[in-house]
Design a protein. Sequence first.
Length: 486
Amino acid sequence: MVIPSIAHISLLASPGLGHLIPMVELAKRLMAQHGLTVTVFAVTTEANRAEDELLQAPALAWPGLFSAVVLPKVVEVSAQLEANAAILTRLLAMVSAALPNLRSSIASMKIKPAALIVDLFATEAIKIAEEFNMKKYVFVASNARFLAYTLYFPTVEKEVKRDEPFRIPGCEPIPGEDLLELTFSPSGRAHQDFIRISRDITAVDGILVNTWEEPEHKTLGSLRDNRFMKPMAKVPVYSVGPVVRMAGTVGSTKTKTELTEWLDGQEDNSVVYVSFGSGGTISTEQTMEIAWGLELSKQKFVWVVRPPMENDTAASLFNRVHEHGTNEFAKYLPDGFLERTHKVGIVVPMWAPQEEILSHRSIGGFVTHCGWNSTLESIVNGVPMIAWPLYAEQNMNATMLALELNVAIRPETKPTKRLVKREEIAKMLRRLMVDEEGAGIRTRAKELKESANKALNEGGSSFIALSKASDTNCFCCLFQPTIRAS
Ligand code: UDP
């Protein structure tokens, strides 16, 4: 007997807040715009308060409509990997180890989800969607450029060079030095992993990507054009972004704290926010130079500080920084820094309510590692950036922000290659916060904010794309009562 039920869809996020946050936001949007019931599966690294809060808040706000399943942490994964395994390889191993739990979770559900949306690093789960006869989608929590690069990757036959642009049909060339490190080691495991992902994402019912028309119309055009990337994409690509957390919405913070009270007391656009995402870490020496640079620039600031890590720009992704203890940050800063700057800035250890900070009227600039979520959060708040990429596709993002969209400046020194010295940091901060150049970049950032809002509003390109994804793939019938009584 078929029993009527509310349409049910599931989403699977790979480890890391940078993956979980946009997945939860997409889930909220599917609930709000399509009236679906959603279950978010999360593969997590450790018990993490920020992850728990993120999942609990919507579950409380929409009981019965939003549920979250945290797939138990698989302890032995790291032991099976080489100590220097790439980030991608680590992520994939964690997802792989969580699949039996995903399978048993779905099997035990009375109302089985009719579709599974996975992120780019959880494509191995597509086979589980097939086992349960579910539709399958990929949500790329990055941009169309990264999607095109991923799709084009396996077809590149000749050696890719760091000093030559990487040309993808119909797209802006990507400077060789911006490419993922794995590109240059064809025999490495991460390279092969990436090829597997590329193939996986063409075997789904649709690809959703976290971008919108204006900043990426050329790449999106290529992905839809038979002469260029469409034959490689094979499946429809829907630009549904920016899917971001906004201050004051469910699951985000909006509380009066010492930090927000301090921000309330500052002038408009007068404070620079410095943060390297959920995973970014910098060296001891670089931490010192940033501190001195902030002081020399005489700009107000909010700085999220983590214990420094040498030679590992993504240590926080896998919680390695926690080994150092979270409240010892003062010892990594110059002597007397906190005392000298106590009226000028706020140092936040480890983690800050970023969506709330960026939406505050006093924030006038963002020193960011250019993770795509952080980038979008900056754009939707019209905040211009200093692009300080650290790992993954962040170099590509930084180039797009600084050279094409003109919403960021970037250091002349490449942060992952050499130390960015205090004088350069101070100069960049003043260029962005004080000089006329900064005013121009701010104007452009505000324009991009408007275009993002337009895309998201009813009738906008991203709104229509999500509706189209629903109609074409028949989300509505898809999520109709296909559930049988047991
Ligand atoms: N984030 C935050 N507080 C912090 C650091 C990061 O809320 O102190 C959030 C940030 O708002 C963003 C996400 O964590 O939503 C980081 O994602 P992103 O893609 O920018 O970078 P990743 O951490 O994945 O490299």
